[in-house]
Design a binder for this molecule. Sequence first.
Ligand code: HEC
Ligand code: HEC
Ligand code: HEC
Ligand code: HEC
Length: 433
Amino acid sequence: MTNKNEVKLFLCLAAGALVTAVGAVMNNNAGRAANPQPTASATAETAPVAAAAEAIPVLVAEQGTGIVVTKASDWAEQYPNEFNSYAKNDENSEHHSYIEQHPYISTLYSGYGFAIQYESARGHTFVVEDVTSTGRPHKLANCFTCKTSDFTAKALNDGVSAYSMAFEDMEAQITDPFGCFHCHQNEPGKLYITHTYLANALADDLDSQNMQTLSCAQCHSEYYFDPETKATTLGYVGHANATPDGILNYYNNLLDADGNAFADWVDETTGVRKLKVQHPEFETVSAAGGIHPDMSCVTCHMGTATAEDGTTFTNHYWSSPLDNPDLLESSCNVCHGDLTTTVEAIQKETVARTDSIGEALAKANEDLAKAVADNSLSEDDLAKARDLARSAQWYWDFVFVENSNGVHNKTLTKDCLDKAEAYLGELNNLLGA
Ligand code: HEC
Ligand code: HEC
Ligand code: HEC
Ligand code: HEC
């Protein structure tokens, strides 16, 4: 939202006139204010929207029960509306190569699989196909963490040992790519955290989170594989640490036997111990400055649909809110007027800035590689330069790989790009560039 008139219109709505329309999109996070406008707390107190909603309980699946997955297709008859909207994800099949779109990333990810192949996201039902067909090397079953219910059940039943199984052994056991099980276990309608590393990471803060958002955060969050157990793990403990600064700090303090900080890979041309950020949507949306703390991921990316017989149900076609005309019309655009234009403007600016920093960072990586080859830096300066390159890329990547291109949190996006630029400036000074 960019102008005062739109914000004013929003205040009128929250004060009562169209509360039902707004209420339909508000979720059940009783712990947060109903009003997304920070300066309007008086209105928030009088708005009945959040108070009316009942919080969905945060449930974590039990481990070691020997649970067997009920496949998505087995629910088709009992829950035709949810199943049919889930099946519609098959139609969302378009994707493109990030490497073709942003050629400089082959330098930034050099020495890692993402420099070989890196496709944009598409529908949930393609996840197994996409992970098995990438040109990136796979060794272990941990790559299936966010792809199939069969692996999720295995990790629940067998514990940490599941993650270090051979990739092919797990692949042979898949019956249910992206099943209902991830979010519902075998009880559609109830929400469960089946990916227990999320519960471990949020620890004491788990119960104060929104359960709908948690169902997405199981996969849409920044993770690493524990170097010893190979288990999927999130780089923070407690929600206050689920920030770009907090997670970098966590990795910097995770030392191997030789005292080296954790790295996803080491770039051999520069010796930089690099980190790969991965889809930190949860961390971005839920950080300070995130959009609509009063709504969940589900409000914007699923929404409510009406079947031909008039039954309303939760839409299980996971897509952009801009591809959901019902949602735009019935809720978003009531306040926003034209959300598409607002979103496109934010994204255009974010992508332009991310690309220009990314290109400059790739150039600095090349300069550093040359300095390493020529042996032209002192040991101290080389260590400093490597650290600056690691930090700059971390903050740049936090924006580059976040799938909303700045929309989920303008403040955090700006902050990350500012930091990337500052580290890059220091690096260029050291390199005499
Ligand atoms: C079990 C893991 C998992 C869970 C749970 C999950 N996602 Fe995803 N999601 C993925 C993966 C993996 C992709 C990328 C799919 C691909 O490109 O093959 C993705 C892609 C998406 C996309 C992009 C689709 C496109 O057209 O580009 C959206 C939107 C999305 N997810 C929303 C959600 C929402 C909302 C939730 C919670 C209700 C959620 N996801 C829960 C794994 C998950
Ligand atoms: C990525 C997470 C996710 C997956 C996968 C998923 N659901 Fe849901 N489902 C939800 C959410 C979120 C809700 C809304 C729950 C709420 O607000 O209480 C929901 C609600 C439901 C409900 C309650 C009625 C309704 O429509 O609100 C049913 C039934 C249901 N889902 C069935 C299914 C079936 C069947 C599948 C597999 C074909 C499936 N779900 C897959 C997240 C998921
Ligand atoms: C207030 C609404 C809102 C909330 C809440 C929200 N998003 Fe988004 N999200 C958007 C918009 C708007 C976009 C940009 C869509 C586009 O580019 O077409 C987006 C983009 C995305 C994309 C990329 C989709 C695509 O088609 O490329 C993913 C994935 C995603 N969001 C996941 C999430 C997850 C996970 C959460 C919760 C942690 C979340 N979102 C919370 C509005 C929201
Ligand atoms: C009750 C009015 C209201 C409704 C309904 C509403 N929004 Fe908003 N939205 C706002 C306000 C107010 C802001 C904050 C504007 C700002 O910070 O300048 C905002 C901000 C946003 C932003 C960030 C835009 C920016 O300029 O930073 C996005 C994206 C967004 N909303 C998406 C949605 C989506 C998607 C829906 C529908 C599911 C929705 N909104 C429904 C009032 C609303």
